[in-house]
Design a protein around this ligand. Structure first.
Ligand SMILES: NC(=O)C1=CN([C@@H]2O[C@H](COP(=O)(O)OP(=O)(O)OC[C@H]3O[C@@H](n4cnc5c(N)ncnc54)[C@H](O)[C@@H]3O)[C@@H](O)[C@H]2O)C=CC1
Ligand SMILES: CC(=O)C(=O)O
Length: 317
């Protein structure tokens, strides 16, 4: 096999996983792509279906496999886990998805996997922390999708108001990927200008900005209430993060990052921009927050710590 082939292992071939595989296919990313799931027929069917797409994108060896096939993967992406039902929060999934994560990490580590581990299953900040602890991998090699999807939701919402493209808006949703997340408006910028100045000129009031932040926070619920699940948004965010790893980009992206002193927080994964390259997280970027945003970050971290402690304790029972 030719050198410099890149391999991705996808663990969890449900709505999010299969959409991610399709997004990776569309971008021609990773020459080898193995799909693992407890439902073998699903991975076999998806591999057969997805290989038909390569004629119009790029040749790819896409197949249904097992944990032993993860050994030589550059990147493993975990999307296995129960999704929210209408009315459930992400944090409600913690007990069942921690068990699933434990059952995945053991054979993944046993395979000899040495790549970067990206977690998307919810509650993603808790499951990313657990994946790192269960695996014993360095924190730099394990991170989560964090607030990547929420940040795209904010960029999309603001782009409609400011009439500039979403990628031209440099603004982050930070904290928990969940109900305690917040928009770091004070540090946001548009075309080099302070976002708050641009927003004021566009006629957006403080109440308007609070409503946008709230709508972003609730968007997953709106989608789940209508179609039962969300998957295209996160799949595309995962593709973008994967590209930064596979192309060793040193890209600054919002992810679920391991904090070690940043924001005064320790021993936690939480949504923040970080520098992403082929080795995983190179460093966390500490966004300069105002006092109100600082307290939202602390509140979000408190929620995550409490859920984490309870979840880990329940796992021992
Ligand atoms: N981080 C984010 O921004 C987002 C995260 N999610 C989360 O992603 C996860 C997956 O969501 P969906 O794909 O919609 O769910 P789904 O139910 O469609 O798929 C889950 C898949 O995981 C598999 N699975 C379960 N246990 C497994 C195990 N032990 N080993 C291997 N595979 C296993 C199932 O067979 C199924 O194929 C959920 O936790 C959901 O909340 C969903 C959307 C956004
Ligand atoms: C389900 C989920 O986490 C989201 O769409 O944000």
């Amino acid at each position: 096999m030719a050198q410099n082939r890149q391999k991705v292992a996808l663990i969890g071939d449900g709505a999010v996983g299969s959409s991610y595989a399709f997004a990776m296919m569309q971008q021609g990313l990773a020459e080898d792509f193995v799909i693992v799931d407890v439902i073998k027929e699903r991975t076999e069917g998806d591999a057969l279906d997805l290989e038909d797409a390569q004629v119009f994108t790029a040749p790819k060896n896409i197949y249904s496999g097992d944990y032993k096939d993860c050994a030589d993967a550059d990147l493993a992406v975990i999307t296995a886990g129960a999704p929210q039902k209408p009315g459930e929060s992400r944090l409600d999934l913690v007990n069942k998805n921690l068990k699933i994560m434990q059952s995945i990490i053991k054979p993944l580590v046993a395979s000899g996997f040495k790549g970067v581990l990206l977690v998307a299953a919810n509650p993603v900040d808790i499951l990313t922390y657990a994946a790192q602890k269960f695996s014993g991998f360095p924190k730099s090699r394990v991170f989560g999708s964090g607030t990547s999807l929420d940040t795209t939701r904010l960029q999309v919402a603001l782009s409609k108001k400011l009439k500039v493209s979403p990628q031209s808006i440099d603004a982050y949703i930070m904290g928990e990927h969940g109900d305690s997340e917040f928009a770091a408006y004070s540090a946001a910028r548009v075309g080099g200008e302070s976002f708050l100045a641009a927003a004021k000129r566009a006629g957006l009031s403080t109440d308007d900005l609070t409503k946008i932040e709230d709508d972003v926070r609730k968007k997953a619920y709106e989608i789940i209430n209508r179609k039962g699940a969300t998957f295209y948004g996160v799949a595309t965010a995962l593709m973008r993060i994967s590209k930064a790893v596979l192309h060793d980009e040193n890209a600054i992206l919002p992810v679920g990052a391991p904090v070690d002193g940043e924001y005064g927080l320790h021993d936690l994964y939480i949504g923040s921009p970080a520098v992403i390259n082929g080795a995983g997280i190179d460093r966390v970027i500490e966004v300069p927050l105002n006092d109100d945003e600082k307290s939202k970050m602390q509140a979000s971290a408190k929620t995550l710590k409490e859920t984490l402690e309870n979840g880990m304790a329940n796992l021992q029972k």
